[in-house]
Write a protein that binds this ligand. Structure first.
Ligand code: FES
Length: 355
């Protein structure tokens, strides 16, 4: 029966019996003994528990967990006590409960207390101590200190974690949503532009501007004089030796509208200039070397080398232009004057050059 644990009533009775003297005691001595003895059930139980406290394997929850994490040795100390006393003891690092106030507990957190951490939890406590700056913690309230401790615990964990390297893309990726939004913006702009161009107001203003510009250009052209660019009426055709006897030269037909003829008229060899305008309706005849005649392609009028008409509807001979031998020995033709045979003008010396 020695292993059986005594009940509370037995313990109380034993204590009370030991405190009471066997014999009669003076009243003063009895009072002092009563003062030394525990009073009240709670005190007795507390003293019993304090003396017979045994480690409990269960770890405290809440604040105790935080404190245990500060120490870093909660698992290493399976005998961590429960309750506030146990928490304070764990903070102080002492295995046995030591009476200390809140200030001393806070000092122990800051590392300035007399309590020393256990050897097994030196490294975690050192990390916590480094995380909690004593200079900042001084003058802080208990709540602030706990908050700082929690922060320091979290910070120390984060500090020990290796920094993660984020693999950034070489160039920013185009978000599909942004690209779709840009495409919608372009389509909307084109649609709005087409609607504006096709609007009646735009068409009306465009027509007005176009009509104003056209009328302005027409007015500017009207203010400018009409100039007809014609070849000069007098031009040189070279020396008389360039034109052989009994020949018709078509060299100046296209440029000046004349034939240069070297022919014998009434027994006199001469050079004269015949007009290339048909006397019928103004067509341009052709010189036919084989037939030795001028033939009009329009109505078939025919002219001799001398210019006299002989067939077709032409009513009169071809006209001659003025010609003379210039001072430099070249022939000069003047188209501003004309000579007509039917008027007897071919006898004028101004319409031929004798050779
Ligand atoms: Fe030459 Fe009529 S125009 S024949």
């Amino acid at each position: 029966m020695s292993d059986q644990k005594p009940s509370s009533d037995d313990i109380l009775s034993k204590i009370r019996g030991a405190a009471k003297p066997a014999g009669d005691k003076p009243a003063a001595a009895e009072e002092s003994s009563a003062a030394a003895a525990p009073k009240g059930t709670s005190d007795i139980l507390a003293s019993i528990k304090g003396g017979a406290a045994k480690p409990k394997a269960a770890a405290p929850a809440g604040t105790a967990d935080i404190m245990a994490s500060i120490k870093g040795g909660a698992a290493a100390k399976p005998a961590a006590p429960a309750g506030t006393a146990g928490i304070l003891d764990s903070i102080k690092g002492g295995g046995a409960a030591k009476p200390a106030g809140t200030a001393s507990i806070l000092d122990s957190i800051k590392g300035g207390g007399a309590a020393k951490p256990a050897a097994a939890s030196v490294a975690p406590k050192a990390a916590a101590k480094a995380a909690v700056d004593p200079s900042k913690a001084s003058g802080m309230s208990a709540a602030d200190m706990i908050k700082a401790a929690r922060t320091s615990v979290g910070g120390s964990v984060e500090a020990t974690a290796a920094p993660k390297k984020v693999a950034l893309p070489s160039k920013p990726l185009v978000q599909p949503a942004a690209a779709a939004k840009a495409a919608d913006t372009r389509r909307s702009f084109l649609s709005d532009a087409l609607t504006a161009v096709c609007s009646p107001l735009f068409v009306a203003w465009g027509s007005l501007i176009t009509a104003t510009a056209a009328s302005s250009l027409a007015m500017a052209r009207f203010m400018m004089p009409n100039v007809l660019v014609e070849p000069p009426t007098k031009f040189k055709i070279g020396p008389p030796t360039d034109y052989g006897a009994s020949t018709v030269s078509t060299k100046w037909k296209a440029q000046f509208g004349v034939w240069i003829v070297n022919d014998e008229i009434d027994g006199q060899q001469m050079i004269y200039a015949l007009s290339t305008v048909c006397t019928h309706l103004g067509c341009t005849p052709n010189w036919l070397e084989g037939e030795q005649k001028f033939k009009c392609p329009c109505h078939g009028s025919g002219f001799y080398k001398s210019g006299v008409n002989f067939e077709g509807p032409a009513p009169r001979p071809l006209e001659r232009h003025g010609i003379r031998l210039a001072e430099d020995g070249t022939l000069e033709v003047d188209k501003s004057v004309k000579f007509q045979k039917e008027l007897g003008q071919w006898d004028n010396a101004a319409c031929f050059v004798p050779v």
